[in-house]
Design a protein around this ligand. Structure first.
Ligand code: PLP
Length: 519
């Protein structure tokens, strides 16, 4: 008989019974186990502190163990596009449970093949092949590997503040030090240019560049929508230099921004497309990266050169297939566009009515960023929304920004309810309280203005760039500084890229780091 270190029999998940103090017991146990066996920080997590335990969900709502209902404007960080527990997805998975759950790995897997054919049908352009995995991080990891394998080059250009996941490859593409620094050295060959800056991107391209990886809208970076035409210009640029374009639509995909994929807004077809999150219909975890038959050829000699045991499992595939059907049958991408416009109009009305609270409203479809005037204010409003039954959260790389990512099935009256709740909270915050909440942010702004004023003045020159039909702003050449020949295109491996390539004629490498970005 096996001997366990501890008696596992006491570790059964509590059976739910109605009435009495049973729900409180479950909540207490969940909090204890979370603190002691997941992470001690659960002690201070909002729901933990409230004794609120997730209990059931459906549609646009989540319910806690007390029976309290929460309007879900967070959408599980963008996984519930078709809503919580959509009946079509649930029924497909239930039926699949009675047939095959995980695949043998030996016989043909009809569910994976069917899903891949559906993905090819909805994907932009000639993206035809899919590799099925289990998460967004894995999709990005695979995309990076495919780009390197196909081009036989190693360098990848990403953007500052990008979020592509946290495995070592995906993390190398992620553009924020707080995630990256503790794990360095990461993969060689990654550069990060300011999001939205086509000139910096071109300057960062070298003969060794395999790919550019980009979110069409930066999600975790703070719901940053680039200027119209940016994605098209990136596509033109990458084509011109023979560089692959990887679009990470893990968060923007599956109808979230008002089209099936965010790149559809500009008619851009990437070479590699990454999907995950909502692809699983809010029921199963699944991710994928897709590409063209031309690029996929490099996976033919050894198809298992990149692989995953659970990737393409029948349960996840049936959920994803049902999800795609629901998105199309219920016209959810178009619905996201309409409801997103309505939501943003309402947020803008609040912004104008209560100056000093909301700094910016931005987004596309139902991927909306609500930037507050300070992190402290965002936190206060978020906690209050929770108490009043609305779920929201911050974006990971921009803590003043509240993400609004509800299921795409949200109705106008549910949006009105969220807006009324929000207005109730804002109107209760006194002027003194607002000043106090914004004090730190105000001090930061003051300090950065002072630092900027102390910087030596540089005269800027505007020149037309006919190739991209835009104006570029160039710093003038400083007298007496010689161009560093080691930073020329082709010499990048020998040169350590300068972090502050100010002055001197702008070198290709230095330009990638010259700006502090948009935020
Ligand atoms: C754009 C993007 N890519 C990749 C990821 C990583 O996905 P996952 O958390 O499923 O690994 C995320 C997660 O938020 C994301 O937003």
């Amino acid at each position: 008989m096996a001997v366990y270190r501890k008696d596992i029999r006491v570790k059964r998940f509590p059976v739910v019974e109605r009435g009495g103090s049973h729900y409180e017991d479950i909540a207490g146990l969940a909090l204890d186990n979370s603190i002691n066996h997941l992470n001690h920080c659960y002690k201070s997590k909002l729901c933990g502190a409230e004794g609120a335990v997730e209990f059931r969900d459906g549609g646009v709502y989540t319910y806690d163990n007390h029976g309290k209902r929460y309007l879900d404007c967070l959408g599980g960080y963008g996984i519930f596009n078709v809503g919580h527990r959509h009946p079509k997805v649930i029924n497909a998975v239930k039926a699949q449970l009675d047939q095959v759950c995980l695949h043998s790995q030996d016989l043909l897997n009809p569910w994976a093949a069917h899903l891949a054919s559906q993905l090819a049908a909805i994907a932009p352009g000639d993206l035809q092949y899919s590799f099925l995995c289990n998460s967004g991080t894995e999709a990005v990891e695979g995309a990076i590997k495919l780009a390197r394998l196909y081009t036989k080059k190693t360098e990848i250009i990403s953007t500052k503040n990008a979020y592509h996941g946290v495995s070592m490859g995906a993390l190398s593409a992620t553009g924020r030090d707080v995630f990256r620094k503790p794990f360095e050295p990461l993969l060689n060959g990654f550069t990060h240019v300011p999001f939205g800056d086509i000139e910096a991107m071109e300057a960062a391209i070298t003969p060794e560049t395999a790919a550019v990886i980009l979110e069409p809208i930066q999600g975790e970076g703070g719901i940053n929508v680039p200027a119209a035409g940016y994605l098209r210009k990136v596509r033109q640029l990458t084509k011109k230099h023979g560089v692959l374009l990887i679009l990470d639509e893990v968060q923007t995909g599956m109808g979230r921004t008002g089209r099936m994929f965010a790149c559809d807004h500009e008619g851009v077809v990437p070479d590699i497309l990454c999907l995950a999150k909502a692809l699983g219909g809010g029921v199963m975890p699944i991710g994928c990266f897709m590409s063209t038959s031309k690029i996929w050829k490099v996976l033919e000699p050894n198809p298992s050169i990149h692989n995953s045991t659970f990737g393409g499992n029948p349960l996840a595939c049936t959920a994803a297939s049902a999800c795609i059907e629901v998105l199309l049958e219920e016209h959810l991408p178009a619905r996201a566009a309409v409801m997103g416009n309505y939501f943003m109009r309402k947020f803008n009305e609040l912004k104008d009515k209560y100056p000093g609270f909301i700094a910016d409203v931005r987004g596309m479809g139902l991927l909306i960023g609500l930037e507050w005037t300070s992190k402290e204010l965002r936190e206060k409003v978020q906690v209050e929304l929770f108490h009043r039954g609305v779920l929201v959260a911050a974006t990971m790389n921009a803590n003043r920004t509240m993400r609004i990512e509800p299921p795409l099935i949200i109705t106008e009256s549910q949006i009105n309810l969220m807006i009324e709740t929000l207005e109730g909270i804002i109107s209760e915050i006194t002027e003194e309280e607002l000043v106090e909440l914004n004090a730190e942010a105000a001090a930061e702004i003051k300090a950065s203005k002072k630092a900027k004023a102390a910087e030596p003045k540089v005269r800027r020159r505007r020149v037309a760039c006919p190739r991209y039909g835009m104006k570029l702003v160039l710093a003038p050449v400083k007298k007496g500084k010689k161009k560093d020949a080691s930073k020329k295109k082709g010499n990048k491996l020998k040169a350590e890229p300068s972090k502050n390539a100010k002055g001197g004629k702008k070198s290709k490498k230095g330009a990638g780091d010259k700006s502090k970005g948009r935020k």
